[in-house]
Design a protein around this ligand. Structure first.
Ligand code: SF4
Length: 278
């Protein structure tokens, strides 16, 4: 269930939790580094708090935060809130949630996000048409409902809120679209608005969008708390190939870090580099 710790420019040394046995998400973003998977809004019990604490007891290396970053949308897990509380109680570390925020409109789901210290919300689109292309949501979801759920959460959450926007060429990187996204982020009022581009193999071929333009437009609307992250660092990755394979379940890892491709994993190429996805 645990992987890492790996270095994160946003959060420091991050111990990852992946409680999902396979990819489950409310979205099917074309840029998703996990590849295709089940698109659903049905929530299931996945994380076992006792098992998580048992695993945490065995962690030797230093870590600053515990990040829930499973194969898919973490709020699909009915036990996410329980697990984050258990992880925090045991370790005393900050807990971080990376969510696409599509289910936050439901108060029962949002209850699972409030116990976190840091919540990072995905905002890739400022209108329904772009949202359907860049996030390919489950048919039961409605853009206006998702946005109002995010805004309600942002006004009531007491921890640190950040946003992340994946800028994808031809999907959401026109000036008008970036402005619409920035206006929603401005209402959310996050501590930092991160701008990202695809740097690992996507599900279908996509290219990085115009980061310079995104940065300019975001700064005009939001102000200076906008940070672009356009490169991944793999320097902190463990040497042990079993540990590397657990990371490759959620983040494709450069093939050059493996002596051989682990069983059950595949090789995918993106922007001239080979990656292992497990
Ligand atoms: S990028 Fe995130 S939100 Fe999009 S399909 Fe992948 S896991 Fe789901």
């Amino acid at each position: 269930m645990l992987f890492g710790p790996v270095w994160s420019r946003r959060f420091g040394w991050s111990l990852g939790v992946n409680q999902f046995p396979e990819k489950l998400c409310t979205y099917a973003c074309p840029y998703c580094q996990l590849g295709p998977g089940k698109v659903t809004v049905e929530r299931v019990k996945l994380c076992d708090p006792q098992k998580l604490v048992k695993e945490l007891k065995g962690v030797k290396g230093h870590y600053d935060v515990i990040t829930f970053v499973p194969e898919g949308e973490p709020l699909l897990d009915l036990r996410l809130g329980e697990c984050s509380k258990a992880a925090k109680e045991f370790s005393g570390k900050k807990t971080v949630l990376l969510t696409n925020a599509s289910l936050l409109y439901d108060p029962e789901v949002a209850k699972n996000a409030y116990p976190f210290d840091v919540v990072s919300i995905k905002v890739d689109a400022g209108n329904e048409r772009t949202w359907r292309r860049v996030n390919a949501p489950h048919e039961a979801l409605k853009f206006d409902e998702v946005v109002s759920g995010i805004l309600k959460f942002s006004r009531t959450f007491g921890g640190e809120l950040v946003t992340e926007t994946m800028v994808v060429k031809g999907y959401n990187d026109s000036k008008d679209e970036l402005k619409e996204i920035a206006e929603i982020i401005n209402e959310i009022n996050p501590k930092v608005a991160f701008i990202m581009v695809p740097t690992r193999p996507p599900t279908i071929p996509v290219e990085p969008g115009d980061v310079e333009l995104a940065l300019r437009v975001f700064k005009e609307v939001i102000g200076d708390n906008v940070v672009p992250i356009t490169q991944r660092s793999f320097a902190s990755y463990p040497k042990d190939e079993k540990d590397l394979a657990t990371i490759a379940k959620v983040h494709p890892v450069p093939k050059k870090l493996f002596s051989e491709v682990p069983e059950g994993c595949s090789v995918v190429t993106y922007m001239g580099e080979e990656f292992v996805r497990c």
